[in-house]
Design a binder for this molecule. Structure first.
Ligand SMILES: [Zn+2]
Length: 157
């Protein structure tokens, strides 16, 4: 199921319509090439597309829904606040998100859904799993390297 279909079906089940605005917000993220955007960024993109009638509240609600559907990923940056990014997901694949604690860069990796399910403990049986989300934090390769250099310098001095 494509993300558009997923959104459309969910809205239909909730007796809500797939509005042009909701579709536009989804498209903005799909065309963003994975760039993380906050509500203001999305709002500006909508303005650029000359849709002035959308309120920030509408944007916020649409984004919340896309997060709930696992179409968008919410990343909380220490200094930049909450941003959202589009999750490129292939069929039967799940994303693992890595967030660097130093530069806040988020990177996503996809692994087969089966692999995640095989890792789950026995006592999870009986739970109906709809979505999985794995977030790993640490240091990205660039920051790891920089940190090691820092330590080396300190030791030499
Ligand atoms: Zn980093």
């Amino acid at each position: 199921m494509s993300n558009q279909d997923l959104l459309k079906n969910t809205l239909k089940n909730r007796k809500q319509r797939m509005t042009a605005q909701r579709e536009l917000i989804l498209r903005i993220f799909m065309e963003s090439n994975g760039k993380a955007m906050n509500i203001d960024d999305v709002f500006m993109e909508i303005r650029k597309k000359r849709n002035h009638r959308t309120s920030k509240m509408t944007v916020k609600r649409a984004i919340d829904l896309l997060v709930e559907l696992n179409i968008l990923n919410e990343v909380n940056y220490e200094d930049e606040g909450t941003k959202y990014e589009y999750i490129f997901k292939e069929k039967n694949m799940e994303n693992i998100i890595f967030v660097c604690e130093n530069c806040n860069k988020a990177t996503s990796f996809s692994i087969p859904k089966e692999k995640i399910l095989s890792l789950l403990p026995e006592d999870i049986k009986g739970f109906q799993i709809k979505n999985t989300m794995i977030k790993i934090t640490g240091y990205c390769p660039e920051c790891s390297k920089a940190l090691i250099e820092d330590v080396k310098e300190t030791i030499i001095k």
